[in-house]
Design a protein around this ligand. Structure first.
Ligand code: 5GP
Ligand code: SF4
Ligand code: MG
Length: 455
């Protein structure tokens, strides 16, 4: 999911949030919403669909106020339900709160059960509502204290935006799994999942929110509480591999440069005699450039991508996915014919895309096709906020690399090593979560305790 919040001074905060969410659309295409506060009341609009479909001038115009938060949703465990759109707005003891969440809790079911036994009712199946209920439960305290108490209860991955009538608050879990950064435009403060959203609204990057930190922005400016200390950081390495936009920076490192370094690393680990390097657009482009750079093999755009097909179009059935790949990508025969092709992609998840594309490249007359993947094999589900359903069909769980190579029909198939991937980030392995590659879960995994009747 993607988050954008702003505490504005003399600006149209709803429209700014709309632009910010537009820049974060890649983080979630299922639903989107904005809540605005004018200091007394909230106004909200949310719906299923893309930012550009859900909002327009007429819808944004009445959303008047000086602070706002917005969300784009990428479904995880509780997919496709309109009732789970965010932000979630509610009234508690002290007034109004709006909440938007990126990540996934691992003990949401336990807390839900506990709260239900004490009489709480739930409107949604999302773990975000569990956070809402906890804040309400600690409602006697100040909002800072309520958030700190809530942070002791919840476990898992969470970057949060919390809005009261007159405060914009950002919270990041103690492991810093999901990103969150701070920007400034004139006197106005912004919180966003990625720096590309700050660029889009013309804001200046200030810093990342620290793991375990709460930042509170109000009329007096920004203050910070380091609410929880973490023993180990666990930033999601998949943000660097696939999730984030190439023009974003995390911890001072630019995503496209990291992906390029992953491609160079791949060329060092698997040098191959070939005529051209082609990317699987768009996600494979930076790594393909890196591979070409390090190997000296010319980089060519051998696959054309239809820009008018969004990810939303790809319905989650196998048949639809296969058609979607052909609608989305078309090989350029004059570039490919008679060539030994190195094709670079960022990841192999189900293997569907790869199989289709290898076939396409072959049909276009390639002499050889070698698929180079700029991340290791994905073998384990993510419990920290990335689509788990898709991950049930992980091809690398059931098959060896040699079997996958045969299945997708490539002459060669190579995956970047774990060490190589980490090396490319310039940080150390213990600062990341890489559980979907390694099976080592730095925050633990969720237990399915006594199913709550709603689910
Ligand atoms: P697959 O192996 O599942 O057919 O597809 C791999 C492709 O999907 C890669 O090009 C990669 O960019 C993209 N991809 C990687 N992870 C995800 C994900 O979590 N969701 C979606 N929709 N695409 C992904
Ligand atoms: Fe990211 Fe993978 Fe860890 Fe999930 S399991 S947080 S996708 S690195
Ligand atoms: Mg891709």
């Amino acid at each position: 999911c993607g988050l954008f919040g702003i505490y504005g001074h003399n600006m149209d905060v709803a429209t700014m949030t709309y632009y910010g969410l537009y820049a974060l659309q890649h983080r979630g295409q299922e639903s989107t919403g904005i809540t605005v506060s004018d200091g007394k009341e909230f106004k909200n609009h949310k719906d299923m669909g893309l930012v550009g479909e859900v909002f327009n001038e007429k819808i944004l115009a009445p959303l008047k106020g000086h602070l706002a938060i917005g969300h784009v949703r990428y479904s995880t465990v509780d997919s496709g339900l309109a009732v789970n759109t965010q932000p979630l707005d509610f009234r508690y003891l002290k007034g109004l709160i709006s909440l938007a969440h990126n990540g996934s809790l691992i003990n949401a079911n336990e807390i839900r059960q506990r709260l239900a036994l004490n009489g709480s009712v739930f409107q949604t199946t999302s773990d975000t509502e569990v956070i809402v209920k906890l804040i309400a439960r600690y409602g006697q305290s100040s909002i800072e204290e309520a958030l700190m108490k809530m942070m002791i209860d919840i476990k898992g991955a969470y970057s949060l935006l919390v809005m009261t009538e007159d405060q914009l608050i950002g919270v990041r879990d103690p492991h810093g799994v999901r990103p969150l950064c701070i920007g400034k435009k004139g006197k106005s403060y912004i919180l966003a999942s990625e720096t590309c959203a700050l660029d889009t609204v013309g804001a200046e990057f200030i810093r990342d929110v620290d793991p375990g930190e709460i930042v509170i922005i109000d009329n007096d400016g920004l203050r910070s509480i380091h609410a929880m200390k973490s023993s180990e950081q666990a930033f999601c390495i998949f943000e660097f591999v696939y999730l984030a936009r190439p023009d974003s920076n995390f911890d001072g490192r630019n995503v496209t440069l990291v992906r390029r370094a992953m491609g160079r690393q791949l060329a060092q680990e698997y040098p191959i005699d070939a005529d051209i390097v082609i990317p699987v657009p768009d996600s494979g482009v930076p790594a393909a450039l890196g591979y070409a750079e390090a190997s000296g093999i010319p980089y060519m755009e051998g696959l054309m991508k239809n820009r008018y097909i969004g990810r939303t179009f790809i319905k989650p059935t196998q048949k639809m996915r296969e058609t979607a790949v052909r609608l989305k990508l078309n090989p350029i025969r004059d570039i490919i014919e008679g060539k030994r092709v190195v094709m670079v992609d960022d990841s192999v998840v189900r293997g569907t895309t790869s199989k289709q594309i290898v076939q396409m490249i072959r049909n276009a007359g390639a002499k050889e096709v070698h698929l180079m993947v700029s991340s290791p094999t994905v073998k384990y589900p993510c419990y920290y906020g990335i689509d788990t359903q898709e991950r049930n069909q992980l091809i690398a769980v059931k098959q060896s690399i040699e079997e996958i190579r045969e299945y997708i029909g490539a002459d060669g198939l190579h995956f970047l090593s774990l060490e190589g991937m980490v090396e490319a980030t310039g940080s150390s392995k213990d600062s990341f979560c890489a559980a979907c590659f390694t099976g080592e879960y730095p925050l633990g995994i969720s237990k399915r305790v006594g199913e709550y009747p709603m689910e």
